[in-house]
Every structure is written in structure tokens, then in C-alpha cells.
Design a protein around this ligand. Structure first.
Ligand SMILES: [Zn+2]
Length: 334
């Protein structure tokens, strides 16, 4: 069997580079001069990078026959303030999955990454332009159809992730998994943190929940970003919350897809300095969220850094990989 290895995806300059100008060649500074690109092996703006979309059907069939698992992230196109692209909730989970795949590979677990799902559900950002929404039943049926395709291809275990924190989006992922598992008979699970599941009212021992073995409530900042608030409370100043397009998400984008971060705007944005009451109001969604955060971010994007993003990406990927390895181990015992 032949496994295609893709080249290092990094495309941002690591040092002084040549670029053409009317006067010939001139030097221009790198986007992030302090960045050690050797530490970043997952950065790219290509959401198909390292996914099934880059493979031939021969390779996919061979992987299914040799017992490979599938990793599938469910993001959304959604406004992310004046400094981040609307695809933020797609770029970040793809970067995390590329790293999860590497870690699993180190444990001799073959994993293929499914091309990302991005027609999700927006409630909080629903009143902003470019925040698209589909009906939950459409998303669930689409998920179920694709799961059925996985089954006919010979895959047996699918691990789903969320790139977006909207409550309804995540409930729909869970219901789509239940529906797909019921129809296909596949082992499909939702790799998530305990805090997200509790917020959704899903039991931690739900058969489709895939949690890190320790099941520590706050330890796993899930792949879910934005309104689920994985960054909540991790600011230097614990007084304020960092929830959407703030310090955490911006840091993740600065390390995983820096070409699409508007540095000039980012560094000039004041912290929203909001607390739990503001979060409750914002989570009502639509016009409430737009009134609360007219610029579209909730947190402190100016405090973001590449280093923080790299640490967060590595930590979340390690814990997600541990959750998967734990479930695989348990399913092989039973
Ligand atoms: Zn987001």
C-alpha cells in the first residue's frame, strides 16, 4: 500500500524574502519575524491539506481495508470580527486535525481526515453578514448520508469534532451522529470536552461521547472554538471573558493560518472587557449579540500571540488524540 506524503505546507516567509517591485527586487520583512517555522508543521490556508480530498480512491480503499479511522470536523462560515476571516471555524479545526493525525500516526493508528464540513448553524452571529445557517434537519440528513458512504467504503470508526461553539450547531452534530450511527451501524463519536457536553445537556457517559481519559472538566479545551468559549477565563486578567474571535481564537489563527489574520487591525482592537452577564446576553444570539459586540468579537484579540496559539494547538491535539486512543483501546477490548 502506498501512502502519499504531502510536502511541508508552510507558505509564509520565514525571513527576509525577495519580492518584485517597479524598481526591481526589494527586501520585505516577514509577517511574524519572531516565528520559528520549524515548530509549526500544520500551518496552511489550504483546508484540503492532508485530507481525503488529496488522495486517490485507491489509497482511500486501501486505508479502509487496513482499518484506518476517520476524523471529521464540523465548522461553519461565520463572522469573526474585523481581523479574522469568516472561515476561522474551519481553518482552526483542520489545523488541529492535521496534528491529531500525526500524533495518532506515532501510536501506529492510521487516520484519514475527511474534508471539512462548513455549512453549519449560526445563532449567535446570525444577524451578521456572511454567517450562514442551515436547518438542523438538513445538516443531520447530510451527515447521515456521508456516514453511509463511509460504511460502504469499509470504514468502521468515525471521530467527529466541532469547530464552532453555537449550542444548536453542537446539538445538531450530536443528533447527526446518533442518526448516522443508528442507520449505518458504525461506531461514530463526538470528540469534545466535558464542559461543552455539560452545556449541551449531554451525559458524559453518552455512548457517542469521546472524552479524554481523565475526564477533567476544564482540562480539555475542545476543538470547538468561538461561542463555546474554550478561552473563557484563560486571559491574564481573569475578570474578563474571552469567547469569540478573541485572544484564544486569534492566537490559534496566528499560528495555523497567519496569512489571513489582519495584524494591523488585530493589534489595535481594545478588549471587550465583558463578564458572565454580558455572555448570557450575547448568547441569546442574533440582534442581542450584534448589539453586545457590534464589531463581532468578544474578548481580547490584541493579547493574542503565535506562541500561545502553538501551545493551545498542541495541547488540544494531544488531548483529542488521547481521547481517541482511549476509545479505540476500549472498543478493542469489548
Ligand atoms: Zn470561531
Amino acid at each position: 500500500m502506498h501512502w502519499r506524503r504531502t510536502p511541508a505546507p508552510w507558505s509564509v516567509s520565514s525571513g527576509w524574502v525577495r519580492s518584485s517591485s517597479c524598481s526591481g527586487y526589494r527586501e520585505r520583512p516577514p509577517l511574524f519575524p519572531h516565528l520559528d517555522i520549524k515548530m509549526i508543521h500544520t500551518a496552511t490556508r489550504d483546508i484540503f491539506q492532508d485530507t481525503i480530498a488529496e488522495m486517490t480512491w485507491f489509497d482511500v480503499e486501501a486505508a479502509a481495508q487496513s482499518g484506518a479511522i476517520l476524523l471529521w470536523a464540523f465548522g461553519v462560515i461565520e463572522q469573526h470580527g474585523p481581523h479574522l476571516p469568516t472561515g476561522t471555524d474551519v481553518y482552526i479545526p483542520q489545523a488541529q486535525l492535521r496534528r491529531v493525525k500525526q500524533i495518532l500516526d506515532e501510536h501506529d493508528v492510521q487516520a484519514l481526515i475527511v474534508p471539512p464540513y462548513y455549512w453549519g448553524i449560526n445563532v449567535v452571529s446570525g444577524s451578521f453578514p456572511s454567517s450562514y445557517k442551515v436547518r438542523p434537519e438538513i445538516m443531520k440528513e447530510l451527515m447521515s448520508d456521508i456516514f453511509e458512504s463511509f460504511r460502504s467504503d469499509g470504514f468502521k470508526q468515525i471521530f467527529c469534532f466541532s469547530g464552532h461553539g453555537d449550542r444548536l450547531h453542537n446539538l445538531t452534530i450530536h443528533e447527526g451522529i446518533q442518526l448516522g450511527a443508528q442507520r449505518s451501524g458504525l461506531d461514530i463519536s463526538f470528540v469534545a470536552d466535558a464542559a461543552l457536553l455539560m452545556r449541551l445537556g449531554i451525559a458524559l457517559d453518552d455512548p457517542h461521547a469521546c472524552l479524554p481519559p481523565t475526564r477533567l472538566r476544564s482540562a480539555f479545551q475542545a476543538l470547538a472554538s468561538s461561542p463555546s468559549g474554550p478561552g473563557v477565563g484563560d486571559s491574564d486578567d481573569e475578570t474578563y471573558l474571552d469567547v469569540h474571535a478573541g485572544r484564544w481564537e486569534t492566537s490559534m489563527m496566528m499560528c495555523s493560518c497567519p496569512q489571513l489574520v489582519n495584524e494591523q487591525v488585530r493589534s489595535s482592537l481594545p478588549s471587550t472587557q465583558y463578564g458572565p452577564d454580558d455572555l448570557a446576553e450575547w448568547r441569546k444570539g442574533f440582534e442581542h449579540a450584534r448589539a453586545k459586540t457590534p464589531q463581532g468579537y468578544f474578548g481580547d484579540p490584541a493579547a493574542a500571540s503565535v506562541e500561545e496559539g502553538m501551545q493551545a494547538l498542541e495541547a488540544t491535539a494531544q488531548r483529542a488524540a488521547q481521547a481517541i486512543l482511549d476509545r479505540l483501546q476500549r472498543s478493542r477490548k469489548s
